[in-house]
Design a protein around this ligand. Structure first.
Ligand code: PLP
Length: 380
């Protein structure tokens, strides 16, 4: 069996045999392929929540369609069924349901509604691989789902993504696309290999902040094969060779990392409970405890009064704090009209995007709780 076949098989563990898996250079490429497979084109509208990565509306815009944003609710950081229903029009052809930080929402109801309306449903499962919703795998409610194995995702191959589907038409198209995908260049693979090496041997508590800054600076300038190139953040030009397949290196690393997932999930779940209890005790914002039963957290979101100051304090204390999502269309700040997002249209998303940071779940919770305790007045 080729490494790609072996990886696909491992990724489909827990899904029934009607599912197929397709591998890509990044998660966004998996989304783009799904949208293309369902025939999204000019004049179509795709519903999605306004608290996501800009690469999600990018994939819609690259096909000439229009992203239509739905607000999120605070307890789950996800959009609800009623909000999708309110934005549905005759042009709506698909809905993207996201499980932010791994917190599943009403994906069952939204997928069922979409089916009844004759709209395709796609799950943005980039934070949710391995988790469940009502004892069913994340990604199995919708017609198709896409996942990411970028640095910050449930398990990582540096960059990488895949799609799954049990929908006959979607599967057929995704299969036929496999031959059309570009191959990653040697430079791209070498660059990724170097970054994986650095992560393995040099990333630690002391180097987290300087390396994060260096990585963002280099990838923005397209010096590094990073998560997002400058053009993806600055505008709507599709990068050259965007539609790319997964390399053998990614499949190999992904397969290895996937084996550690269960262990990581156990730790994440345990720490998420510690943080929720801490926030409850201190009367601070926490995600809904109703969501706890069978889902996985990717990282743990908290809200703070002043993000910049708080992040500086975290940096001084060497806490590996995350800062997403910085805006309704992370990481683009300011005017989002190029992506057809009008300011004020998703008030909850905007409120949260100004105040959210996230705690790592694989690090020592005692020192993090100590840090939070010392800065408790900064929390909302
Ligand atoms: C990371 C992320 C993506 C894109 O994944 P890539 O593999 O980086 O393309 C899409 N949606 C959300 C919500 C994400 O966090």
């Amino acid at each position: 069996m080729s490494i790609h076949e072996e990886y696909k098989k491992a990724l489909l563990t827990g899904f029934d045999s009607s599912y197929d898996c397709f591998l890509y250079w990044k998660g966004r490429v998996a989304l783009y392929s799904i949208l293309k497979a369902i025939g999204i084109s000019k004049g179509d509208e795709v519903l999605l929540q306004g608290f996501t990565c800009v690469v999600v509306p990018n994939a819609i815009k690259y096909l000439g369609a229009k992203p239509v944003y739905v607000d999120i609710e605070k307890p789950s950081l996800n959009a609800k069924l009623v909000d999708f229903q309110a934005k549905r029009s005759e042009k709506t052809k698909a809905v993207i349901v996201q499980n932010t930080f791994g917190l599943s929402s009403q994906v069952d109801e939204i997928a069922a509604w979409a089916r009844g309306e004759g709209i395709y449903s796609i799950e943005d499962c980039t934070h949710g691989y391995g988790g469940n919703f009502n004892n069913q795998r994340n990604g199995s409610y919708c017609d198709a789902a896409f996942y990411s194995t970028q640095w910050n995702k449930p398990f990582s191959s540096g960059i990488g993504g895949f799609a799954i589907s049990n929908h006959a038409v979607i599967k057929m198209h995704l299969l036929s696309f496999e031959e059309q995908l570009h191959a990653p260049s040697t430079t791209e693979i070498l660059s990724l290999g170097l970054q994986l090496f650095i992560r393995k041997y040099f990333l630690n508590k002391a180097t987290y902040w300087p390396l994060l800054k260096l990585y963002r600076m280099l990838s923005k300038r397209n010096i590094l094969t990073g998560s997002s190139s400058g053009e993806e953040i600055e505008g709507l030009k599709m990068p050259k060779n965007y539609w790319k397949q997964m390399s053998n290196l990614q499949a190999k690393v992904g397969l290895k990392e996937l084996r550690k997932l269960q262990e990581m999930e156990t730790i994440r779940k345990k720490n998420a409970r510690v943080y929720t209890n801490f926030l409850l005790e201190n009367g601070k914002y926490h995600v809904s405890t109703d969501l706890f039963e069978n889902h996985n957290f990717l990282r743990y979101p908290i809200l703070v009064k002043s993000r910049d100051t708080f992040l500086e304090k975290a940096q001084d204390a060497k806490i590996q704090m995350g800062d997403w999502f910085l805006s309704p269309l992370h990481p683009v700040k300011g005017d989002l009209s190029a992506w057809e997002y009008s300011s004020g249209s998703c008030p909850n998303a905007e409120f949260i995007a100004h105040r959210i940071v996230n705690l790592p779940l694989l690090e020592d919770h005692q020192s993090i709780c100590g840090f939070l305790k010392n800065n408790i007045d900064d929390l909302i």
